[in-house]
Design a protein around this ligand. Structure first.
Ligand SMILES: *[C@@H]1O[C@H](CO)[C@@H](O)[C@H](O)[C@H]1NC(C)=O
Ligand SMILES: *[C@@H]1O[C@H](CO)[C@@H](O)[C@H](O)[C@H]1NC(C)=O
Ligand SMILES: *[C@@H]1O[C@H](CO)[C@@H](O)[C@H](O)[C@H]1NC(C)=O
Ligand SMILES: *[C@@H]1O[C@H](CO)[C@@H](O)[C@H](O)[C@H]1NC(C)=O
Ligand SMILES: *[C@@H]1O[C@H](CO)[C@@H](O)[C@H](O)[C@H]1NC(C)=O
Ligand SMILES: *[C@@H]1O[C@H](CO)[C@@H](O)[C@H](O)[C@H]1NC(C)=O
Ligand SMILES: *[C@@H]1O[C@H](CO)[C@@H](O)[C@H](O)[C@H]1NC(C)=O
Length: 425
């Protein structure tokens, strides 16, 4: 994304997600909501008019209820229904949009939605295999939409399209070994990206789930198999590695397995240390070195693909003087720059999650990630600058990482920042 405002305060690109139900209220492409489309066309045009490149996520964890009633991502027909939806997006937004993400973090939405009653919609637990079916069909849907774009839209629209995966990093600790790191990575990120960059699920994922399924007396593996045709059809279907990264763990082998007890298909316990810096999200610790480890692993596993960091961010409770957030971004970006400059990682862009505070899934308003505050109690959702607003403005206008402000300047900076947001309006 070339700098659009080399000396201004404006970001180069803005990533947003389209809601399936707002475009196709019935779920299917037989009825398209013109209002829904117009909303996104207006937004896209407003970005372009302001020199900001739109980056569009086609599917971000929400699909119309009727599709869920028909089985959602456990039904293979979702591949067709998703592709019909993607076609509408390509036709209607494609002329204005140069970067499409087919779907956001299928591993997380599938595990949270189809292997947990509490973590995310639809909140189903399906015999410890709903998440495998969901990822399986998601990968097929992703690949089918990629080929559709390739065959019918790329020549005229000249854009790019790809998959976006999450990756949890790792840091050293007792019993963390190269092998435990590898196994953690394959079950976490490889499950999604190996089929796309290398072909098929990682060997370790296939054999472990098959073996554990056999121990449990299933006549099949809970991990579905791809046909050779699908393996080839999915392989190579991304123009970039979309990465969301927040935090790290110490991945260690589950020693219960030595006693023949298999409690998790991955065989990995994600260990943490109570001395680590925390955030308002129970799972996010501040461990910047884990980010570099992820970037170098992706470089090595997938032949150093062009990579966009589409999410990286820190949740707190909404403080305007958000020193911890600035410090998080400072440290994570420093780590990323080392990975780029010293280790040759092919990182093309970095995106803060998030511009604005938002409703964070089942955590509601208790985990706020924005560099701009939103008052969700006011009818006009009043925005206020945080300290990180002016810090980020400085970073993007100078194209230089800025020091974390010291506490003595805090009040002045907040006032400055508020002024800038007012002017930007
Ligand atoms: C789109 O923008 C036009 C022109 O400003 C406006 O009239 C219309 O209401 C907008 N539509 C939606 C759905 O936002
Ligand atoms: C899925 O759920 C089962 C039981 O409900 C649990 O044992 C397993 O660890 C879960 N798997 C994942 C990947 O979350
Ligand atoms: C947790 O961190 C403390 C302080 O850095 C360290 O002494 C301890 O060994 C760590 N524990 C583990 C299990 O890594
Ligand atoms: C590391 O492994 C050893 C041997 O299995 C075990 O005694 C020890 O408790 C483990 N340490 C951690 C932090 O898991
Ligand atoms: C996947 O594509 C890569 C690059 O074209 C190729 O080297 C590899 O053999 C393919 N994998 C499979 C399983 O076909
Ligand atoms: C799966 O089981 C086979 C046969 O018992 C064994 O050779 C192999 O090592 C096992 N693989 C894994 C990853 O557990
Ligand atoms: C809205 O106001 C109530 C009462 O003052 C407060 O408890 C709550 O945290 C506020 N909610 C948000 C999202 O700001």
């Amino acid at each position: 994304f070339p700098p659009s405002h080399p000396t201004g305060y404006t970001v180069d690109f803005y990533r947003f997600s389209v809601s399936w139900a707002r475009i196709l209220p019935n779920g299917f492409a037989n009825e398209v909501s013109e209002d829904g489309l117009q909303y996104y066309k207006n937004l896209t045009q407003a970005l372009i008019d302001n020199g900001i490149e739109p980056v569009v996520t086609i599917y971000h964890w929400d699909h119309p209820q009727i599709l869920e009633d028909l089985g959602g991502w456990t039904n293979e027909l979702m591949v067709e229904w998703y592709t019909d939806y993607a076609r509408v997006i390509f036709e209607e937004l494609g002329p204005m949009v140069k970067t499409f993400i087919t779907m956001n973090e299928p591993k997380i939405s599938c595990e949270n939605g189809y292997n947990s009653t509490t973590a995310a919609a639809p909140g189903k637990v399906l015999e410890n295999m709903g998440h495998y079916l969901c990822v399986h069909n998601s990968l097929k849907a992703h690949a089918t939409a990629y080929h559709l774009y390739d065959d019918e839209f790329r020549a005229t629209q000249q854009g790019q399209i790809g998959m976006l995966a999450s990756a949890t990093g790792w840091v050293p600790g007792d019993n963390v070994t190269e092998e435990s790191i590898e196994q953690h990575f394959q079950f976490d990120c490889g499950w999604i990206m190996h089929p796309i960059y290398v072909g098929d699920y990682p060997e370790i994922v296939k054999t472990r789930v098959a073996n554990i399924s056999a121990l449990e007396n299933y006549p099949f593996s809970r991990l579905p198999e791809f046909s050779q045709e699908w393996i080839e059809y999915i392989n190579g279907t991304t123009d970039f590695f979309g990465l969301n990264h927040y935090t790290s763990v110490m991945p260690i082998f589950d020693t219960a397995e030595e006693l023949g007890i298999y409690t998790r298909d991955s065989g990995i316990i994600k260990s943490t240390n109570s001395s680590w810096s925390t955030s308002s999200a129970f799972w996010i610790y501040v461990l910047p070195e884990g980010f570099g480890n992820v970037l170098r692993m992706i470089r090595d596993q997938y032949n150093n693909p062009p990579l966009y960091v589409f999410e990286n961010g820190y949740p707190d409770s909404g403080e305007l003087e958000d020193y911890e957030r600035i410090s998080y971004h400072y440290e994570y970006i420093s780590e990323m720059l080392t990975a780029i400059n010293d280790d040759g990682c092919n990182v093309m862009a970095y995106t803060i999650w998030s511009l604005l505070d938002n409703f964070e899934w089942n955590a509601g308003y208790t985990e706020l990630y924005g560099i701009i505050s939103v008052d969700f109690n006011s009818s006009d959702r009043t925005r206020s600058a945080k300290l990180s607003t002016s810090w980020w403005q400085e970073v993007i206008s100078t194209r230089t990482l800025q020091d974390v402000p010291s506490n003595s300047t805090r009040l002045d900076s907040v006032t400055e920042g508020q002024k800038d947001v007012q002017n930007a309006k």
